[in-house]
Design a protein around this ligand. Structure first.
Ligand SMILES: *Cc1c(COP(=O)(O)O)cnc(C)c1O
Length: 377
């Protein structure tokens, strides 16, 4: 049976990627697997379970709803909610027993009002964020970060859990990363002096792979968990295995005479007699329209160019001659077929973007099927 578009997700590869990343950490350092954005498009719940099986000690998400999704699936591990929270989202975050990030006294006051505390109620664990150069969330002011930490520490119902920051360019600028780390260190020192049990954390995937000094108490790995390279190079260089394969099938094959075209706007016109395969996957599935006349797919272990415009539901591929591909044959957009391989990194390069956007962009219309090295998951 050919499914029109399918994302096959290898949970054994998630486990191995996490184990591999953990093997690069010191004995006192843990790994937090980041499963925000539906597990970077892979499916948050199955990936979270596989990451925990591979050695992750905690999970991280961006929104309250994402934390609730993990709890609804009976996942019990600590969940760190990285994002900003509106007052409206707070009850959902608290209901999910998420660990929260704070950097203003106003937010901690709001939290204190809602958290309640009292007998038998688990305190809300709070991480204080210093902005050391990302310029997004967190306070740039060390004294303010320490004040927020003090407020958390004395508020009933809250527990001071961590000190954190986030790197802006760990994938390309080691000097700026080192400068951010140097700005973070006085905060970590001040926090550990007064609250020795807190966890300090800073590293994303790129810093985990490139900056051992940034590992601290735990690293927060997103993209590397999925076997994608944070530097948009070949993930195999770091022993990472791509987790996701995106495929479709040959739905129609037809000849095109010179002057005949394929797709909207006639952006590709046959110069000589050739053959075209139509593949039912399009931009509504996550094949970005900018890939029109600008990528290749794999059929029967060979590369063929996508020709013409990417439509909402279809693409067209030039196979050249009759009978090289048959209706029903698998078409690989991302993944391996024989000795050929197309990675999310390759597509990102063609689009002038990053692999993150490729995997996150695979839409909800594409069913995700989970397996373990080919065996049913
Ligand atoms: C998304 C995110 C991460 C993970 O980043 P990767 O580059 O995917 O490893 C870590 N920390 C924070 C604060 C994030 O928002």
């Amino acid at each position: 049976m050919s499914v029109r578009a399918l994302a096959r997700v290898n949970l054994a590869a998630v486990e191995r990627n996490v184990a591999r990343l953990c093997a690069g950490l010191g004995p006192g350092t843990g790994l937090c697997a980041v499963t925000k954005a539906n597990g970077y498009g892979h499916g948050a719940v199955p990936v979270a379970r596989a990451a925990l099986a591979g050695g992750a000690r905690l999970l991280a998400v961006a929104s309250a709803a994402e934390a609730a999704e993990l709890r609804d699936a009976a996942i019990d591990a600590p969940v760190l909610l990285l994002g900003a929270l509106s007052d409206e989202e707070l009850p959902v975050a608290l209901g999910a027993r998420a660990e929260l990030v704070a950097w203003t006294e106003r937010f901690v006051s709001e939290l204190a009002r809602r958290a309640g505390g009292g007998e038998g109620v688990q305190p809300v664990r709070v991480h204080v964020k210093l902005d050391t150069g990302m310029g997004r969330l967190g306070t740039r002011v060390l004294d303010e970060a320490v004040r927020v930490a003090e407020q958390v520490a004395i508020t009933p119902g809250l527990e001071l859990a961590g000190a954190m920051t986030h790197f802006a360019s760990a994938d390309e600028d080691p000097e700026f990363t080192a400068a951010q780390l140097a700005r973070f260190e006085p905060f970590v020192r001040a926090m550990r002096e007064r609250w020795p049990a807190i966890a300090a954390h800073a590293a994303n995937s790129a810093a985990t792979l490139r900056e051992p000094a940034s590992h601290l108490d735990f690293v927060r790995c997103g993209i590397a968990t999925y076997g994608c390279d944070p530097m948009n190079q070949d993930p195999a260089a770091h022993g990472l295995e791509p987790v996701l394969e995106l495929s479709s099938y040959v739905a129609a094959v037809k000849s095109a005479a010179p002057g005949e075209s394929a797709g909207y706007g006639r952006q590709w016109v046959a110069r000589a007699e050739t053959w075209i395969a139509t593949v039912p996957i399009g931009y509504a599935d996550g094949i970005r329209r900018a890939l029109s006349n600008n990528c290749e797919v794999l059929i029967g272990g060979r590369r063929y160019p996508l020709v013409g415009t990417v439509s909402m539901d279809n693409i067209t591929v030039e196979v050249g001659v009759p009978d090289v591909v048959a209706c029903g044959e698998r078409v690989t957009i991302i993944g391996r077929d024989g000795n050929e391989r197309i990675t999310a990194e390759e597509l990102a390069q063609r689009l002038g973007t990053i692999n993150y956007e490729i995997v996150c962009g695979i839409s909800g219309r594409v069913p995700r099927v989970y397996h373990r090295d080919g065996a049913p998951a």
